[in-house]
Design a protein around this ligand. Structure first.
Ligand SMILES: Cc1cc2nc3c(=O)[nH]c(=O)nc-3n(C[C@H](O)[C@H](O)[C@H](O)COP(=O)(O)O)c2cc1C
Length: 148
């Protein structure tokens, strides 16, 4: 069974969390086991990262950049990157913003961790039904790209 990590930050309105839930639905619909982690609640335990076959990463736009907790995940990943199980995972990205959305150019930081599946799904404010469908499709695509 493919083990997927959905790692995101959501804090103010739950916009990014709703997107994360839809990505997780897509992953589960393809039979993945999903670990669902809001980095705003607790720092992601980086030692658990190698257990996963793929990762979906979500962040709100904070000052035209990633949320600090997701940047911290990348810092932690970098420190461990040469250990077994840290390199080369399929990954997918989603993000929410308040109308600016300039964080989209910062999302290229994730290219370090592996091979991107699809293109980042974006939401301006609360995700619409169409955006949530795009998130579900992103999860399905990530699952299909990760099947062993
Ligand atoms: C500290 C902070 C900084 C923000 N900076 C930006 C920004 O630079 N550009 C933008 O479009 N939205 C910005 N926003 C709006 C959030 O990205 C947006 O409301 C997002 O959907 C919140 O996600 P959440 O409900 O999952 O926490 C900011 C919000 C906060 C709290």
């Amino acid at each position: 069974m493919v083990k997927a990590l959905v790692l995101y930050h959501s804090q103010q309105y739950g916009n990014t969390k709703k997107m994360a839930e839809a990505v997780a639905e897509g992953l589960r619909s393809e039979g993945c086991e999903v670990t669902f982690h809001n980095a705003n609640d607790e720092r992601y335990p980086i030692k658990d990262y190698p257990q996963h076959d793929c990762v979906a990463l979500g962040t709100p736009d904070y000052f035209s950049y990633l949320a600090g907790t997701i940047k911290t995940f990348m810092d932690d990943w970098y420190i461990h990157r040469n250990e077994a199980g840290y390199q080369g995972k399929p990954y997918a990205v989603f993000y929410s913003h308040g109308g600016g959305g300039r964080a989209r150019s910062a999302l290229t930081i994730f290219s370090r961790i592996g091979t991107q599946v699809g293109t980042p799904v974006e939401s301006s404010g609360a995700p619409s039904a169409k955006t949530l469908d795009e998130c579900r499709a992103l999860g399905v695509g990530l699952a299909k790209a990760s099947k062993k």
